[in-house]
Design a protein around this ligand. Structure first.
Ligand SMILES: Cc1cc2nc3c(=O)[nH]c(=O)nc-3n(C[C@H](O)[C@H](O)[C@H](O)COP(=O)(O)OP(=O)(O)OC[C@H]3O[C@@H](n4cnc5c(N)ncnc54)[C@H](O)[C@@H]3O)c2cc1C
Length: 407
């Protein structure tokens, strides 16, 4: 059977490797990090992502991972609540926070139970291996494997770049990422959660004094997360963050932030890259997840879309990979074209909807008059804004195009 090398064991690579390994495909999964205790990367799974995991038979695995459903979404302007919407907003499942390191570890452990699966951790892929043909330029040739930083070369019938938004595979394959203008970075804080918050875990978005930020109780017991949007050029100054936050958070949380003092973690600065490749493939090579289409953190789309990429990829790849070796190359390459064609419309639309959500937040952040007006009349306008917002969430929660596991 043709051999597949997957580069990167984030949500895309780890899930795809498990699915292909379970279907008998020989797989090597290569991850640069030695373990999964990597920099924090978002935990929110929308109903579409939870549905994708369920379709892939991963509900029992998910139950063993620290996770926590959200209770509601709240929007605060100045010191007034504009509206609150309770989960699950008509969906089958509530948006749920799932801790990524144990999830990725469990996915790889499950893949390791298959004899056709090989796991290489703590080693980086540095380049692609190409079929040599004196006449053609390199990128017109077929990708036939990868070079690792430890000096090894691995041959493959298909290489899948699931190595995230700074993808080396994308660069080496000369597949261009078209990025949207950079508008924000995020400072990510963790702090002790107020007692009782977990029982009513609101995802609060706050707009006040020219700032936008969100807070919620994460998957980990007793930990509140705070995501603070800053301009990309804004320095990460050392501040008395507890005092800064206490002046901005909803009134019911002010005392908690005053008391929390030094127990707020130093922030992680997370750079936000949003974009899309026009082309996700070359002969013998496919990009998936953030490597093909890095997503904004707005309304937690990236992991969910990556899981849906995986389902579409296995639908197209498994039938051709299960054929005999010599028939495979042309059929594999046709499958790669079909995967991009099926996934691209949802990605384009999701990125548009994310940009639309972000632009509304930005309007409120910049225009005090608008904020004042909406907050003053929140009892009147709140219910209307709530209805419109709730309707607009559907595609970002449920997905935009149908995605069904068929193999
Ligand atoms: C601030 C922020 C918050 C977010 N919050 C959410 C959220 O709540 N919900 C959500 O759905 N999405 C969220 N996202 C987006 C989400 O994190 C990504 O879309 C998702 O992680 C993409 O998964 P991936 O597997 O494609 O890539 P990644 O998660 O980036 O994984 C890539 C993997 O490849 C490895 N790798 C990289 N290069 C190499 C190499 N050369 N060789 C070997 N291995 C390599 C990396 O170590 C990494 O493990 C957020 C993003 C940001 C920036």
């Amino acid at each position: 059977m043709p051999k597949v090398v997957i580069v990167g064991a984030g949500p895309t690579g780890a899930t795809l490797a498990l699915m292909l390994a379970q279907r008998g495909v020989p797989i090597t999964l290569i991850e640069a990090a030695r373990d999964f205790k990597r920099q924090f990367r978002g935990e929110a799974l929308m109903p579409s992502g939870l549905d994708a995991l369920s379709q892939m038979g991963l509900n029992p695995l998910l139950k063993t991972i620290p996770h926590r459903p959200l209770s509601a979404w709240e929007f605060w302007l100045n010191d007034r609540r504009l509206f609150r919407v309770d989960e699950p907003l008509g969906s089958a499942r509530p948006c749920t926070l799932v801790s990524q390191p144990p999830l990725l570890e469990a996915l790889v452990q499950a893949a390791q139970r298959n004899p056709n699966f090989e796991w290489i951790a703590g080693t980086t892929v540095k380049d692609l291996l190409w079929q040599s043909d004196g006449e053609a330029s390199q990128t017109e040739n077929r990708v036939t494997g990868v070079h690792l930083t430890d000096g090894r070369t691995l041959q493959a019938d298909l290489v899948i770049g699931a190595d995230g938004r700074a993808s080396v595979i994308r660069q080496k394959a000369e597949l261009t990422l078209k990025t949207q203008p950079k508008s924000i970075d995020v400072l990510w804080f963790k702090l002790p959660a107020p007692s009782g918050y977990a029982a009513d875990n609101r995802f609060c978005t706050v707009v006040k004094s020219g700032r936008v930020f969100s807070l919620f109780h994460g998957a980990e017991e007793g930990k509140m997360h705070l995501a603070w949007a800053i301009a990309p050029e804004e320095p990460t100054e050392q501040k008395d963050w507890a005092t800064t936050f206490a002046a901005l958070v909803p009134p019911e949380l002010v005392e908690h932030f005053r008391a929390v003092g030094d127990n707020i973690s130093s922030p992680l600065r997370l750079s936000v890259v949003v974009g899309r490749c026009d082309r996700w493939h070359r002969p013998g090579l496919l990009l998936l997840g953030d490597a093909a289409h890095p997503m904004s953190p707005v309304r937690a789309q990236g992991i969910n879309l990556a899981l849906r990429d995986v389902i579409v990829a296995i639908n197209h790849l498994v039938p051709v990979l299960q054929r005999s070796e010599n028939a495979a190359s042309a059929a594999i390459d046709r499958a790669l074209v079909s995967i991009q064609a099926e996934r691209e419309p949802e990605i384009i639309q999701a990125q548009k909807l994310q940009a639309h959500e972000a632009s509304r937040g930005e309007l409120l952040r910049r225009f005090e008059v608008l904020r004042q007006g909406l907050s003053q009349f929140s009892p009147l306008v709140g219910p209307l804004v709530k209805r419109v917002w709730t309707q607009q969430q559907r595609p970002l929660r449920e997905g935009i195009t149908p995605v069904r596991l068929e193999v």
